[in-house]
Design a protein around this ligand. Sequence first.
Ligand SMILES: [Zn+2]
Length: 396
Amino acid sequence: MHRPALLLTVVLAVAVLVLNNAFGAVPALKAHDYKMAGDAQYTRVVIHFDRKPDFRWFLLRDPSRLVIDLPSTEFSFDPLELRPRGLIAAVQYGAVDAQRARILFKAEGPFAVEQVDVMKNETSEGFRLIIELRASSSEAFDTALRASIMKPSAEGGRPETVKPMNDRFTIALDAGHGGADGGARGVNGTVEKQITLLFSLELAKKIEETGRYRVVLTRDDDRFLRLDERVRIAREKGADLFVSVHADAIAVRGVRGATVYTVSDKASDAEAAATAARENLSDEIAGKVAEEEQNEVEDILVDLIRRETHAFSIRFARTLIGKLSDSIQLVKNPHRYAGFRVLRAPDIPSVLLELGYLSNPKDEAQLRDPQWRATTMEAIIDAIGYFAKANGAAGG
Ligand SMILES: [Zn+2]
């Protein structure tokens, strides 16, 4: 390299450094001295850092994995130390983007996280991250996974769990529509916002009477709520499950029966897409424009959590259909999916239950029949019980 070129390179490098500092960029964290020890029952990992790392961790399944998210980090690990050992089948690490890095541990099987902690080194500079994993059952892993799913947090740090582990399993009931948004209207005059509220209030009472679960209602009166507000209320109240209650109307009067929807960017069919479009109109009908959907920290982490949550939503939808099919009439292919905005909580399994069609006189009559509602609610509570138990809820 000619001297002027070298000089230019140095000048540029200095300029970049100065600019970076001017914009408050912090130098990358340095991770070094990776050590792993243990056996198939218990494995301990220690990673050293030049300064205290801001980190978050969470779990992924199929296969069982532990993910550690870090700010921008330079890794200098000895590849020999990364060879599979004990519970750990593989270790991957690297930059996610300019600001973030990640270490991913793939395990041989389900495990429990006994510890993920940062300690200050006693006899030298720097800090160390200590991870302790113990082999466990798939059920225990799934429970831990639910608990590890964190709310997106700009500050990073320890994952903020949705709720304390010993808290009761909480169901958010979302009575569709309300206030200026009446929803669908039945052939004999039933208004959707009224029937969804009535149903939700009755169901909340029945669920609470079991003494096993906690219920939160997104609304308990005739008020308008934006779709994102419904999601926010459920998240703030620490819901474990979100059920939005509706009773749609369509042009084809003959169509009847209940449908359970989950969220998906790609609709299961044209009718599901049309239903989602109608339900998403809620915000516009009231003359209020939905806030930016991206006001939460939308990052890869949230995407991963969404995917995990989605699996739980589908599991609950199937359970619910199984229980409902024993008691009430369902549409053909009763599990459908489309882009429902109200089902967008990244960390709460969510379904939208269309109880029936207000455009069908028989469905409308049923919705007004207390006995039919009671039967339907029993099936829903059965499904909640089954789901809560499978997810390790205390007392579920
Ligand atoms: Zn509706």
